[in-house]
Design a protein around this ligand. Structure first.
Ligand code: ATP
Length: 319
């Protein structure tokens, strides 16, 4: 392998920069030329390439976002767009590509691999919605961002003695809600993977009130229901109002946590080493703190489910 390229695609996540840095520095370590592709697959189509060196990734390990920018590319969904991308990669003599992104980006990476460009997918999304890996880059930071908000909301919720519904991101995956809910001591955690019972949430709130509890935090994963709908259901059932806080894009930003920086760095080095060994069409991840990789289609075919142990823990501790 003489030359490889790296891009970030789909939604950005904290830790992508640490991963780009690891890819660039590891490539240089092995004497491989490395190209940064701007704006994900759009950059492949428009040949928006830049040669990276050790200093071009200086001072970014601690920063959120992605210095390569990211995009969702409609053109890359077409065969014509992909052919253009492949032509540009070949013209530049790029033999391997590292794609940092979510499941959609991985589908694109699989198509490039099938067209003869060795491609490795690194999971970069706050959602933690890829079943083949325990963690994705950015998830831990997003959970900590939500936790910070829970602590602040708890103060005001206690002062006003009102329940607050906090809506968090995660698309169809409830991991952000579950982890932040357990760590933040929420009274109820509502995730899309599991139906919820409003009467049991209300019962828990009433029980809590009787034992002197002054606040109620309900964490709602965005894929379950709209916060406004849930609020209305609570008002209809109890006659009491609840507050809503939709956290939104703050969950995508911020300095990456130590966990995300280390994970991103480990995955970046491993991706370069796999390409160097002639591998491709792989999804790279981590299971039980060991780096793992498997065929990208196989990785995508796995269905993500929630952790029943965490769910049980949340139930028991929120009595
Ligand atoms: P996130 O999980 O943060 O949303 P993602 O990688 O899943 O990230 P998507 O918008 O789904 O984000 O995908 C990123 C890009 O990957 C798309 O804009 C598109 O260019 C490409 N892509 C997605 N699906 C396919 C596909 N089936 N074939 C080819 N390319 C695809």
């Amino acid at each position: 392998m003489k030359k490889l390229a790296v891009l970030t695609s789909g939604g950005d996540s904290p830790g992508m920069n640490a991963c780009i840095r690891a890819v660039v520095r590891s490539s240089i370590y092995y004497g491989i030329e490395v190209i940064g592709v701007k704006r994900g697959y759009e950059g492949l189509i428009h040949k928006d390439f830049e040669v990276m060196d050790a200093s071009s990734v200086g001072d970014i390990v601690h920063k959120g976002g992605t210095i390569l920018k990211t995009a969702r590319s409609k053109a890359f969904m077409t065969e014509e767009g992909r052919n253009q991308a492949i032509k540009h990669l070949k013209e530049e003599g790029i033999e391997g590509l590292i794609v940092i992104g979510g499941d959609g980006s991985f589908k694109g990476a699989a198509k490039l691999s099938e067209a003869g460009i060795a491609t490795i997918g690194i999971p970069g999304t706050i959602d933690n919605d890829l079943a083949y890996t325990d963690y994705t880059i950015g998830f831990d930071t997003a959970v900590n961002t939500v936790l910070d908000s829970i602590s602040k909301i708890r103060d005001t919720s206690t002062s006003h003695e009102k329940a607050t519904i906090i809506e968090v991101m995660g698309r169809h995956c409830g991991d952000i809600a579950m982890y932040a809910g357990v760590a933040g001591g929420a009274e109820a955690i509502i995730i899309p993977e599991k139906p919820f019972s409003l009467p049991s949430i209300i019962e828990k709130m009433e029980h809590g009130r009787k034992r002197g509890k002054q606040h109620h935090i309900i964490i709602l994963a965005e894929g379950s229901s709209k916060a406004e709908d849930l609020r209305q259901q609570l008002v209809d059932a109890t006659g009491e109002d609840a507050r809503i806080s939709v956290l939104g894009f703050i969950q995508r930003g911020g300095d990456p946590s130590a966990f995300d920086r280390v994970l991103a760095s480990r995955l970046g080095l491993k991706a370069v080493e796999l390409l160097k060994e002639g591998e491709g069409k792989l999804a790279l991840g981590v299971r039980q703190n060991q780096l793992v990789f498997e065929d990208i289609h196989e990785a995508l075919s796995k269905e993500k489910s929630y952790d029943p142990e965490l769910d049980r823990l949340a139930e028991i501790l929120s009595i």
